[in-house]
Design a protein around this ligand. Structure first.
Ligand code: NAD
Length: 641
């Protein structure tokens, strides 16, 4: 079980095409009347449109947004804000515009509406990075999260293709590092993987056709999820490096993320194997770091720090700065390790994961095998086999199953089959102890709440048990506490089912079924009875006790290898058949009996745990008993066909 803390950052999000038109309503919604619009010259057109849409709600525009939020720009914008007497902020642009909005919100407490036009993701994070005197510092506060985010896919259509690629990879970097963050949790994992999937599929489509609105929508939604990851869990070495390279060497933000990401992934690959497998799956590649590098190269993105203008001589200082203070990262961060990473990134080398060879891509082989079933005359057969093969191949690949392990598995199954015969069904036992029988049983038979739950058949049923009259003792004198069973069979509305065929079977006082005891003379502790007009039947037996399932074969070997006990909770088996009704196979468990919460075959269900009450004195049918006896009364409700 995974325990975790998840902190959500509430924001109102509008997502769609043309949502910019909602700006006036959103300003009104915040109860504000003087919006200060922050943007860049590149976004003059949407900013002018926003101002015109806002009409009297627009207090003025500041178009001097700069990357990495320099404090002098913030101070200048703050001056204008005060002059204009603005009471809310509307940022239109990428992470830089959003960043200025946050910097102003931090200084004034004004609410911000963010209209993101890149894939930076900053609009859903509580983080603000600011640069002063050549150094970038970050702070985080829930108050910095924009109150409203207006995602207008149409505004991203003009984002140049090269910037779309780097911005999209910047978003993926948030998702990648979220998957191995110390605070990683299943909610954020889900966001991260979906974000990687969406962006990896959308970016090539945007490169092919930059006005593909569907691809733009997927990329923007992926960026939103990635930003949510960034805002929820801590980032590692990759973000630290980009922070240093941007803040201290003035490298462009998204481009730097794009170059560094595959190398940071390769650095962490051996220490975050599971995350890398999941990222590789989401990317649709066999290996995550090289898959990311290949995607970037295919998209035409930058692949070297040299091409971003970093001098080779600066690498040592960058490595020093990135390792000056400790921070969480899956693989310990050392100056030498980071320098080697940076040297690779500077040259633009395709990374080699620092671990074992990347996993070969088995998908074509899997697809080939699955396709071979496509023409099965019975489509259900084709589907079942295809799905089985997919799961089996994935199981082998995910666990890197070795040849020796697979041969062991084959030998295990061979021995399981060899043990099967008229009195031993090791395969049913295997299915039972793996819980598969219970899953099939639940899905097939337990879908109606007003009928008695079913339970697994087990390996000891024998067809055609001896037919006996009511009141018979099916224990035929075997030792044990006598048990009087008073059973009724009805439909879901309690109407008696006359003439139902009820097979009952159980183990003896030592926990053995008759088929396990070849010296016994004929069937014992198993019988067939028929219900009367009241749906009733009665018989004597003995109180069932817990017993171990056979553990001298492969199933026992599996139980020992996993530290499991072989015991079944005490129970009686029933199979009820009646014309016009569905067959019910089930068991009644002795309330208070042993192993009810750890039954070896996972067969116990709460509704099937019933009192087997101790009694003394006269018996219901006058049978003379010396000492204690027990009684169980139960009404089975069976489902009409
Ligand atoms: P950006 O906002 O600096 O934009 C880059 C350039 O693209 C600018 O010239 C801008 O005018 C232009 N542009 C943006 N959208 C456009 C569009 N739709 N059409 C045409 N041109 C467009 O770049 P960015 O990568 O979005 O943001 C980078 C900044 O955001 C950095 O300062 C980074 O630190 C910060 N950031 C912060 C967080 C956070 O959570 N605090 C997260 C991510 C990024």
């Amino acid at each position: 079980m995974r325990s975790f803390v998840y902190t959500a950052h509430p924001a109102r999000v509008l997502f769609g095409a043309g949502t910019l038109a909602e700006l006036p309503a959103e300003v009104n919604r915040l109860g504000r009347t003087r919006a200060f619009v922050l943007t860049t010259p590149e976004l003059a057109e949407p900013a002018a449109r926003a101002t015109s849409l806002l009409g009297p709600l627009a207090a003025g525009v500041f178009d001097g947004v700069a990357m990495h939020t320099p404090v002098e720009v913030t101070e200048s914008a703050l001056g204008s804000l005060r002059e204009l007497d603005a009471d809310c902020l509307v940022s239109i642009g990428g992470g830089s515009a959003t960043g200025l909005g946050k910097a102003l919100a931090a200084r004034t407490g004004l609410p911000q509406i963010a209209v993101p036009t890149t894939y930076a993701g900053s609009e859903v994070t509580p983080v603000l990075g600011e640069t002063a005197a050549g150094a970038k510092t970050t702070r985080s506060s829930p108050d910095l999260v924009p109150r409203t985010v207006v995602y207008d896919v149409e505004l991203t259509v003009g984002l140049p293709v090269a910037l779309s690629v780097t911005s999209g990879i910047n978003a993926m970097a948030h998702a990648v590092e979220a998957l191995y963050a110390p605070q990683a949790n299943p909610i954020i994992d889900g966001y991260a993987l979906q974000s990687i999937r969406w962006l990896a599929a959308a970016l090539p489509r945007i490169v092919a056709r930059s006005d593909d609105l569907d691809a733009r929508a997927d990329a923007l939604a992926g960026a939103w999820l990635a930003g949510t990851c960034l805002g929820s869990v801590g980032m590692g070495l990759h973000h630290k490096l980009c922070h240093v390279l941007g803040g201290s060497f003035d490298l462009p933000h998204a481009e730097t993320h794009t170059v560094v990401l595959p190398h940071a992934m390769a650095f962490n690959a051996t220490a975050a194997r599971d995350a890398m497998h999941r990222i590789a799956d989401a990317l649709g590649t066999p290996d995550a770091p090289t898959g990311m590098y290949d995607l970037i190269a295919q998209l035409g993105g930058p692949t070297s720090l040299a091409e971003l203008g970093l001098a080779e001589a600066e690498l040592g200082r960058a490595a020093e700065l990135a390792t000056a203070t400790p921070y969480p990262n899956p693989r310990p961060v050392t100056a030498d390790g980071v320098l080697a990473l940076l040297a690779d990134a500077w040259q633009g080398n395709r990374p080699t994961p620092c671990g074992p060879q990347p996993r070969p891509d088995i998908r074509p082989l899997t697809d080939q095998v699955v396709a071979s079933f496509a023409k099965a005359p019975d489509p259900r057969v084709g589907r079942l086999l295809g799905d089985l093969v997919r799961h089996l191949h994935e199981f082998v690949a995910d666990n890197d199953v070795t040849e020796a392990e697979w041969l062991f598995a084959i030998d295990f199954l061979t021995r399981t089959g060899q043990l099967c015969g008229p009195s031993r069904q090791e395969f049913i036992l295997l299915s039972d102890t793996l819980g598969v029988s219970s899953v099939v049983d639940v899905l097939t038979n337990s879908r109606s709440p007003d009928t008695t739950p079913s339970a697994v058949l087990g390996p000891f049923y024998v067809d055609g048990p001896p037919v006996v009259p009511h009141g018979s003792d099916i224990a035929r004198g075997l030792p044990g506490t006598p048990l009087w069973a008073d059973i009724r069979v009805t439909d879901p509305d309690w109407r008696p089912v006359d003439g139902a065929v009820v097979d009952v079977w159980q183990s003896n006082d030592d926990g053995f079924y008759d088929v396990q005891l070849p010296d016994l003379d004929g069937p014992v502790l198993r019988a067939r009875l028929h219900t009367d007009a009241d749906g009733a039947l009665r018989f004597w037996s003995i109180l069932p006790s817990e017993y171990p399932i056979p553990s001298d074969g492969p199933v026992g070997q599996m139980l020992r290898a996993t530290g499991r006990h072989p015991y079944r909770a005490p129970h009686l088996h029933f199979m009820i058949m009646a014309t016009g009704y569905r067959r019910l196979v089930t068991q009644l468990f002795v309330a208070g009996g042993a192993y009810l919460d750890s039954d070896a075959v996972f067969g116990v269900k709460d509704d099937l745990i019933v009192p087997f009450e101790r009694a003394t004195g006269p018996t219901p049918d006058g049978r003379e008993i010396d000492g204690d006896w027990c009684r169980v009364e139960f009404t089975f409700h069976i489902a009409p066909e």
